[in-house]
Design a protein around this ligand. Structure first.
Ligand code: GAR
Length: 187
């Protein structure tokens, strides 16, 4: 059973869907650690409810990114984590984590990259007036939402959609696509 860590900064709905797939037996993995950079994030509540160990930190308590990533790598190593899954972790991954987990970090992003990288990709696509957007899963490199693409799923933007109705369909897509892709990668 591969030991994975999930990194989150927000509500953790993708974390929850991965937990649910593992519990149903449709994804073989063990979440050995949830890493969160926002002490108030709901993702932490979800992890605690599932009895998953957490490492919670505030970037501003450290001198720099190297310092907090060194601490994260130590926590990951102690728990024999082999693979890192970014699920709404809103921070660029630095050299310390990239070299410790080379080609073993994946991210999910709510657009068809390379279109609409960065924050609020759903709002960006909605405001741009495009008719198709979607979800991308990719390996992580030093860039923002860059790195080799593993899978993409298109989502239509429908007449009458609001940003919120679009977000619901994008997130519904994320919640099956991420576990599905992880099943293939971790096999
Ligand atoms: C997800 O939609 C994910 O694709 C996005 O953050 C959201 C987290 O939601 N990630 C990015 O925008 C990365 N650039 P969640 O906390 O409910 O899983």
């Amino acid at each position: 059973m591969k030991k994975i860590a999930i990194f989150a900064s927000g509500s953790g709905t993708n974390l929850q869907s991965i937990v649910d797939y593992i519990k149903q037996g449709t994804l073989q993995a063990e979440i050995a650690l949830v890493v969160c950079d926002q002490p108030g994030a709901f993702a932490i509540e979800r992890a605690k409810k599932e009895n998953i160990p957490t490492f919670i930190f505030k970037a501003k308590d450290y001198e720099n990114k190297v310092a907090f990533e060194t601490e994260i790598v130590k926590e990951l190593r102690e728990r024999d984590v082999e693979f890192i899954v970014l699920a709404g972790y809103m921070r660029l991954i630095g050299e310390t984590l990239l070299s410790a987990y080379s080609h073993k970090i994946v991210n999910i992003h709510p657009s068809l990259l390379p279109a609409f990288p960065g924050k609020d990709a759903i709002g960006q696509a909605f405001n741009a007036g495009v008719k198709i957007t979607g979800v991308t899963i990719h390996y992580v490199d030093e860039g923002m939402d860059t790195g080799p693409i593993i899978a993409q799923q298109a989502v239509d933007i429908l007449d009458g959609d609001t940003r919120d109705t679009l977000q619901v369909r994008i997130q519904d897509t994320e919640h099956w696509l991420y576990p599905d892709v992880l099943r293939k990668i971790l096999a």
